[in-house]
Design a protein around this ligand. Structure first.
Ligand SMILES: *[C@@H]1O[C@H](CO)[C@@H](O)[C@H](O)[C@H]1NC(C)=O
Ligand SMILES: *[C@@H]1O[C@H](CO)[C@@H](O)[C@H](O)[C@H]1NC(C)=O
Ligand SMILES: *[C@@H]1O[C@H](CO)[C@@H](O)[C@H](O)[C@H]1NC(C)=O
Ligand SMILES: *[C@@H]1O[C@H](CO)[C@@H](O)[C@H](O)[C@H]1NC(C)=O
Ligand SMILES: *[C@@H]1O[C@H](CO)[C@@H](O)[C@H](O)[C@H]1NC(C)=O
Ligand SMILES: *[C@@H]1O[C@H](CO)[C@@H](O)[C@H](O)[C@H]1NC(C)=O
Length: 436
């Protein structure tokens, strides 16, 4: 009797110990993290929301896949920034951030806490081109795994910026979150802290819808899973010369470039000076990069002219009537003369960006190549790029509108971009993109 009481007692205490250690056990190792994407359709900006600091302040931040680091300003954060921790110069974190110089406390714009010799860098507003020099710091970033579990990233680096730097951002946003090829970008930090692959899948939504950004190597949910098995792959290449003023990482650009070899309209290859498509290794000019912070794809003048001519010709042969252009677009059409397809939007000539290898091309149908500017006018949604007079001019900058409703996997580790055909062709969209 006594011994059975004893064994029950032992069993009971074991249970207590077990449940106690269970309660203390940290959540399982995450495979990936998910961030919702919304679009402000007035200014064509794509943003996500993050939670930062001891009070989990919620911030909307614009997504810049060629940006350096997270920056924002927020009164709500400021008033509860007890976890704000300046990064000192000459620290390991400053080295990872590749900070530019040290800043003295008295020269800093208002920050929650300042120290002398704070690691500093230039934050870039990708719309205005304005840069803000200020100290870098860390605080806890609350992130959600693709399984919905919350994790605390204890020392996530960012710059608390001057509020004026926000000019040009969508009114509901407070800063910019970056996914460029640096060591302090969002995916680089998550990959190194949680030992996941440095890879992100971007599915930007069209107006009125939501998409997702998934960081890590994860299985996708049902409608997308099948599509993701046959993504087309092309190398992500690096421009050896930085294309933006605030990049100083050995002058290598932070942006993602791909090797477009030709452009087709309804299967006909455009003719223009093809050397524009390769990167000039000494000047950094030329080539093709991807930027979420540009509304529409812009093309070097001579490529744009060739596209316009061929597109207008092909459209005319389909009975599509051209009307007066509406800036910034160079070719607009009478909407009544364009059939609207069941899938893929307006029925217009198809545009392909053709890359290295057989069958490696990014194909745009009307939903991504045309934009409605008024009730009766639809325009070709590509723009003529303006030359950069002070730095290298990239020949093709693929903008956000052309990325909408494609699944784009940026595998930074293996330097590969994998992309799907337009999800609309399979009757789905970025609104249905998530993890299983
Ligand atoms: C924390 O956040 C809540 C709700 O967002 C807010 O009411 C409260 O004032 C915040 N606390 C501090 C210290 O800012
Ligand atoms: C989008 O941003 C613009 C410019 O800041 C602003 O006027 C507009 O109200 C924003 N739209 C929404 C829905 O937040
Ligand atoms: C032009 O290039 C310079 C130097 O790289 C850069 O600072 C600047 O932002 C670029 N301007 C534009 C409009 O892209
Ligand atoms: C970086 O660019 C500057 C100006 O274009 C040039 O003088 C310098 O040599 C470059 N540095 C490297 C490491 O390429
Ligand atoms: C497009 O061109 C290729 C060869 O350049 C040809 O094999 C293919 O059949 C053409 N497709 C269409 C739809 O015309
Ligand atoms: C093509 O463009 C390159 C670089 O812009 C230039 O050096 C070359 O002279 C051009 N070739 C022709 C035939 O125009």
């Amino acid at each position: 009797m006594a011994s059975s009481t004893l064994s029950i007692l032992i069993l009971f205490s074991l249970l207590v110990v077990c449940s106690f250690s269970n309660a203390k056990r940290s959540p399982p190792k995450p495979k990936g993290f998910i961030f919702p994407i919304k679009k402000n359709e007035t200014v064509n900006q794509y943003y996500t929301s993050i939670q930062i600091g001891s009070n989990s302040t919620k911030l909307n931040v614009v997504i810049d896949i060629s940006g350096n680091f997270l920056w924002f300003s927020s009164d709500d954060y400021f008033s509860s920034a007890s976890g704000y921790l300046p990064i000192p110069c000459d620290s390991k974190e400053c080295n990872i951030a590749n900070g530019v110089g040290c800043i003295l406390c008295e020269f800093q714009p208002p920050v929650p806490k300042c120290i002398t010799n704070m690691c500093a860098d230039y934050a870039l507003n990708p719309y205005s081109g304005t840069q803000g020099y200020n100290g870098l710091s860390t605080d806890v970033l609350h992130v959600y795994s693709t399984h919905g579990q919350r994790y605390n990233f204890k020392r996530f680096p960012f710059q608390y910026s001057d509020t004026v730097l926000r000019q040009g951002l969508a009114s509901s946003t407070q800063g910019v979150i970056s996914l460029g090829r640096t060591r302090i970008s969002l995916q680089a930090q998550l990959a190194s802290a949680f030992k996941i692959r440095e890879k992100f899948a971007l599915c930007v939504p069209s107006s009125g819808h939501e998409g997702n950004l998934i960081i890590g190597n994860v299985a996708y949910n049902k409608p997308i899973e099948e599509i993701s098995k046959s993504l087309i792959s092309t190398p992500l290449i690096r421009n050896p010369v930085s294309t933006s003023g605030n990049e100083v990482i050995g002058n290598l650009t932070l942006a993602y470039f791909i090797n477009v070899k030709s452009i087709r309209v309804n299967n006909k290859t455009l003719s223009f000076n093809n050397s524009l498509l390769s990167i000039d290794e000494s000047t950094g000019g030329g080539g093709t990069c991807l930027r979420t912070v540009r509304s529409y794809t812009s093309l070097h003048r001579s490529i744009y002219r060739a596209l316009l001519n061929e597109f207008v010709k092909a459209a005319a042969s389909q009975g599509i009537k051209r009307v007066a252009s509406v800036a910034p677009f160079g070719a607009c059409f009478d909407a009544k003369t364009i059939a609207s397809g069941k899938i893929g939007g307006p029925q217009v000539p198809i545009i392909d960006l053709v890359m290295e290898g057989k069958n490696v091309f990014w194909r745009f149908y009307g939903s991504n190549s045309m934009v409605r500017v008024s009730k009766n006018v639809i325009c070709l949604s590509f723009e003529e790029g303006s030359p950069n007079l002070t730095g290298p001019t990239t020949s093709i900058v693929v903008g956000g509108y052309q990325m909408e409703n494609y699944l784009l996997e940026f595998d930074v580790t293996s330097s590969k971009l994998r992309f799907s055909p337009s999800l609309l062709l399979s009757g789905t969209s970025c609104s249905q993109f998530g993890a299983s």
